[in-house]
Design a protein around this ligand. Sequence first.
Ligand code: HEM
Length: 360
Amino acid sequence: IAQLMFPDGQFGWMITRYEDAAEVLKDNRFIKDMTKVFGSGSQSIFTSNMLFSDPPDHRRLRGLVQQGFTPKLVESMREHIQQIADGLLDAVEGKDRMSLIDDYAFPLPIIVISEILGVPIEDQDKFRVWSNSIIGASNAEEGPDVYRHMQEFTEYLGHWFAKVRENPGDDLISQLISAEDAGEKLSEQEIYGVVALLIIAGHETTVNLIGNGMISLLQHPDQLERLRENPDLIKSAIEEMLRYNGPVEFSTSRWAGEDLEFRGHRMKRGDLVVVALDSANRDGDHFSDPDLFDITRERSRHLAFGHGIHMCLGAPLARLEGEIAINTLLRRFPNIRMREGADALEWRPGMIVRGVKEIP
Ligand code: HEM
């Protein structure tokens, strides 16, 4: 548990050990809605969703969409996701160069989440720019103009919701809009918040499960061969990829909702608390041989999807996308390997999501 002090005087704590991390993530003294500790002021559109809410709002907002992401419903998408994966690889066949990130790991989850939400897949490049910018992973050279991007994204969603109101379908946005129209279940601002969160989560995370997972395999050719020979190991392999080289480095911010004591540390109301998920996932007190990448590791209860009430809503979908994406790649590219001498991977900036720009 490390103390943090920011230049503006904000105090904080970084939690790096597994047991402490799991405890913080389920301790309701640490809250998500910062307006509760820093006075009034309304939440922005991009925080009007379950990830930045506490009970009871959290339960209400999560409840509105969770039916769309249950393991059973997600499993019914298997064949379709397989077609998307094969289609993306068909599209690069015959080309002399393929980018594993741009041509495959990135578009696959985007196509899936766009279809679930009913937003046009042709707009994926815009979503990518906006998501990157909002999550703070933009390239410094690209000039992260985050407020402009937030505004463009909001306007885009506004136009899209108006279209859906005129002509609803059976997609998730239509369902949210009809829930709003039918009663008090969620506000207009919350529709923006929930949809933006799903678009951003759909853009910034699974791409890195596929990317970081492939890096782990390419750097451990014995494990790669083992998986290629036994594709049924994919489920435990995905869990190990999530643990060993996780796509989300830090949890989102939590705040001490009161003066409190945690594991002998006195924390003040308003202190920032962040959990280093990837660090906890390599804690030797919890995982035997934590730096070993072993795709047959027994169920390890890693924290890559978080823990407690905010545990990832999209976990079943992300796992399925990861399974299909990686097994399909291994099946269709029997000689895949990292380019000789390509040791220096270039990681994208940003504190929360963790992924590379490219895999050589
Ligand atoms: C929450 C990781 C994919 C939707 C979270 C959290 C983590 C996480 C760590 C909790 C953050 C915290 O407590 O501060 C991941 C990883 C993914 C992934 C590693 C891919 C491998 C997805 C996808 C979706 C999604 C594909 C969308 C369908 C969400 C939502 C929440 C969330 C809505 C908020 C849940 C709540 O507050 O109740 N995710 N995620 N995630 N994730 Fe994911």
